[in-house]
Design a protein around this ligand. Structure first.
Ligand SMILES: [Zn+2]
Length: 150
């Protein structure tokens, strides 16, 4: 039996004997440890027991965290996909007059009357950054029939 560094199992056995009411001096002699150590272990064990038995209402919620982190990652992926798509579209003049691009840039509301039904109404040429003309989608309001340009 180790004299100065008992294993945790031995320490626990000592603490259990002390809690059972056996005299500390007797235990100290039996295990060849000093009484102060036994008192320290008893205190440490009591603290650990209290901690283990306390309600863990503020404990970490790993499952919930993981779930929301997954959602965030998924959304970030979607945003970067759309950004890449938009970037690719605006750099490719051939791709701009597409329904996909028109859906991406369609206004939510009519700037004239506030109506929410905005329909694609052809394309109009716009001079791009490189000087070349590209077709931009044009919209029309279903309510006031006014054209909506980007
Ligand atoms: Zn309108």
């Amino acid at each position: 039996m180790p004299e100065n560094h008992p294993t945790p199992e031995v320490k626990f056995a000592i603490v259990k004997e002390a809690w059972a009411g056996r005299k500390i001096a007797q235990i100290a002699r039996k295990y060849k440890v000093c009484r102060d150590s036994i008192y320290t272990w008893m205190h440490t064990a009591a603290q650990a027991c209290l901690h283990a038995l306390s309600p863990q209402k503020r404990g970490p919620k790993f499952k919930k965290l993981l779930k929301s982190e997954e959602v965030i990652l998924c959304l970030e992926q979607k945003v970067s996909d759309l950004e890449r798509e938009l970037k690719g579209l605006s750099h490719d003049p051939q791709a701009i007059p597409s329904l996909k691009y028109a859906k991406l840039v369609r206004p939510d509301r009519c700037p004239h009357c506030g109506h929410t039904r905005i329909l694609l109404n052809g394309y109009y040429p716009v001079k791009g950054a490189d000087g070349a003309f590209v077709d931009m989608p044009r919209f029309i309001c279903k309510q006031c029939r006014k054209r909506v340009y980007l």
